[in-house]
Write a protein that binds this ligand. Structure first.
Ligand code: SF4
Length: 402
């Protein structure tokens, strides 16, 4: 497709509003302020890169666009993006997201686009005040666009809902560390995805029910206390050696990677014919970062509260704090008996490419086998990636002594 065709096509379509009276706001960055959006009566809905999207629009993006943002832009250009009333892009995270947000406004001027700019360094009160001001400004923009003012009551409900979801999902993460067979990783990924697509009481109850069932199963095998302890330690991001059952047949694999979707991880494992119980957890990924975001407190200034919650969530490769992430990685691989680490890298993602060598070196120092896996949202090289995964799994075996 030529550049002119691309421009014509891009101007011919607009983001479809939802057909229900429920307004939705699509977001692409893991640390979106869900509670603030819901306090305006809008439903935040995760917009993810999707396989099978033709990349005709790649020609209109600069080379700094990663495969992830190209996929998003192509979804919109090909009219394959889920219906949404508005989109929220982040600022000050990575160049790709900043630029695709700018280009989007130009190419699709009828779309309602918001931007939330995050502080580059997330330490200290100055960062909290900065982000709280940005959230206030976003709130005013939402009210101006949709005529829906911020509601304290809806904010409280939203805070309760996200707290319920995260508590259940955190437990399920910890439960799989103790006993990966107790819940399929694909089931956990689906439960998280369902909530992030439509955070409501139904989806929160669904994951809570799954958590209750898993608690019962672990109680029967006397592993419940271990799982609860690991949940607490993961929340604090400080681990001690975990008491794990002996006799695991599969190696214990962890996955790290910037914006890797848990669903893509499942697809890759399936393509490689690897049993899901080999996958103990994902780290620094979309799932982990979202689930381990601390709850926001009610009863204080809501913007300050949401800012503190976001800034206390597991760190991004796009922000400062590599040393903290490496320390946590070391903590996980040594204390949770990880045998192998797969470091996923989105194609053309600068943050992933800068961080991956450090993650690899840190895990290697702890005696963990490491594989770096370049990946794109289309999983365009699925078969070759599957073969690489199989080969990697064959080189490692469960550590003795468990
Ligand atoms: S962090 Fe990486 S994968 Fe995510 S949008 Fe930025 S460049 Fe793309």
């Amino acid at each position: 497709m030529s550049y002119e065709q691309v421009t014509v096509q891009s101007n011919s379509q607009t983001l479809k509003p939802t057909v229900t009276d429920r307004l939705t706001m699509g977001y692409v960055y893991p640390h979106a302020p869900l509670e603030i959006i819901m306090a305006h009566g809008l439903t935040p809905t995760l917009v993810r890169a999707r396989p099978g999207i033709a990349g005709a629009f790649e020609a209109s993006l600069q080379t700094f666009a990663c495969s992830y943002t190209r996929n998003l832009f192509s979804q919109r250009a090909n009219d394959q993006m889920p219906a949404s009333s508005a989109l929220l892009f982040p600022g000050n995270t990575c160049d790709s997201l900043l630029n695709v947000g700018d280009i989007w406004r130009v190419r699709f001027p009828d779309d309602i686009i918001f931007r939330l700019t995050y502080p580059a360094a997330n330490q200290g009160e100055a960062a909290v005040h900065y982000l709280a001001d940005e959230l206030r400004s976003l709130s005013q923009s939402i009210e101006a666009a949709f005529g829906r003012p911020f509601s304290e009551e809806e904010f409280r409900d939203a805070a309760g809902l996200t707290r319920q979801f995260r508590s259940a999902a955190q437990f399920l993460y910890a439960a799989r560390v103790v006993s990966p067979q107790v819940l399929r990783y694909s089931k956990l990924a689906a439960l998280i995805h369902t909530f992030l697509l439509s955070p409501d009481q139904k989806s929160a109850n669904e994951i809570t029910n799954a958590s209750t069932q898993v608690q019962r199963a672990l109680a029967r095998s006397r592993l419940l206390d271990s799982a609860k302890k690991i949940q607490e330690q993961l929340i604090k991001r400080h681990l001690t050696p975990a008491a794990l059952p002996h006799g695991a047949k599969s190696p214990r694999i962890a996955i790290a990677g910037g914006m890797i979707d848990p669903g893509a991880i499942v697809a890759l494992f399936n393509a490689a014919g690897i049993p899901e119980d080999a996958l103990v957890m994902d780290l620094f990924s979309f799932g982990f970062k979202t689930v381990f975001t601390p709850p926001c407190e009610v009863g204080r200034d809501p913007f300050d509260s949401v800012a503190r919650s976001i800034l206390a969530s597991p760190l991004e490769p796009t922000q400062e704090g590599l040393g903290v992430r490496l320390a946590f990685l070391k903590d996980v691989v040594t204390n949770l008996a990880v045998d192998g680490l797969i470091v996923c890298e989105q194609s053309f993602c600068d943050p992933d490419e800068f961080e991956a060598p450090s993650l690899e070196a840190e895990a290697s120092k702890s005696g963990v086998a490491v594989m770096r896996l370049p990946i794109d949202p289309e999983l365009s090289d699925r078969e070759r990636l599957g073969v690489r995964l199989q080969s990697f799994l064959e080189t490692i075996s469960p550590r003795s002594g468990r």
